[in-house]
Design a protein around this ligand. Structure first.
Ligand code: PLP
Length: 257
């Protein structure tokens, strides 16, 4: 069985973060493992607090997993500070991690800052060059590429700028733009387009986490990057179609439709 590691934050209500990642791994029939970087207190209505794990302990979690187990892919989610980003990038380099998917998580849908603003530079310098693919949404892509993004041409330009920062593959997700939900992939040579159907639901908590862990699962299973994204888009589409309400706010997607 392929083994996939998530390095990310915990979501107490189970819709996003580590919990979404592990559910996604199971749905892809890969074995899921987790290194917790931060513990958040959250429900469907918002994030009420976040407690970072000590840097040494994040390092230790990564070390003992890699020293014992062959890791077929890694998904990186919430890393809240420069210190944590550096710890993770140094460890991934040390253990020669492959198939690294970086979801550059910055802010929750409810508006809680999951990454300190000043850490964006460290993400660019230290982590982007280590990853196989980065999956920013429009907001994250505009901060990384340092430009406004309002349409597909600007999405393409942002892909190229982020590729220049050292990301081998860049997937800019168009879900937050007004028109069709098109995602654009740039692999340094070609652009690929992935169109999704817009689904009328408020229950979209954890969609970014789910997509990136689906991509990591597909890479572990041996799919090339464009196929991994195509499969993952189909998965997230069905997961959103089957999303449901569990509390008073934004509910989760269904991993086991
Ligand atoms: N909590 C954690 C730990 C996350 O990693 C993320 C996103 O990556 C979120 C919350 C935000 O999820 P959403 O914006 O889908 O509500």
């Amino acid at each position: 069985m392929k083994k996939v590691l998530t390095i990310a934050g915990s979501d107490s209500c189970g819709g996003a973060g580590i919990q979404a990642d592990l559910k996604t791994f199971s749905a892809h029939l890969v074995y899921g493992m987790s290194v917790v970087t931060s513990v958040t207190a959250q429900n469907t209505q918002g994030v009420f607090g976040a407690l970072d794990m000590p840097r040494d302990f994040i390092e230790l979690q990564i070390k003992v997993v890699f020293e014992d187990i062959k890791v077929d892919a890694v998904k990186i989610g919430m890393l809240s500070s420069s210190e944590i980003i550096k710890t993770v990038s140094q460890s991934l380099k040390k253990y020669g991690a492959i198939n690294v998917v970086l979801d550059p998580v910055m802010i929750s849908k409810s508006g809680f800052k999951l990454l300190k603003y000043e850490a964006i530079e460290t993400l660019i310098q230290d982590l982007i060059p280590v990853c196989t693919i980065i999956t920013p949404n429009i907001h994250e892509a505009s901060l990384l590429a340092d430009m406004e993004i309002k349409n597909i041409n600007e999405m393409k330009e942002a892909c190229q700028r982020i590729h220049k920062l050292g990301a081998k593959n860049v997937l800019v997700k168009g879900g937050h733009l007004d028109d069709d939900a098109i995602d654009v992939l740039f692999d340094g040579k070609e652009f690929y387009y992935f169109k999704g159907q817009r689904i009328n639901t408020i229950n979209t908590h954890g969609t970014g986490c789910t997509l990136s862990s689906a991509i990591a699962s597909n890479l572990a299973l041996g799919y090339p990057v464009p196929d991994a994204i195509k499969n993952s888009k189909e998965y997230i589409q069905r997961a959103i179609e089957n999303s449901f309400s569990i509390g008073h706010g934004v509910g989760p997607v269904d991993h086991l439709y």
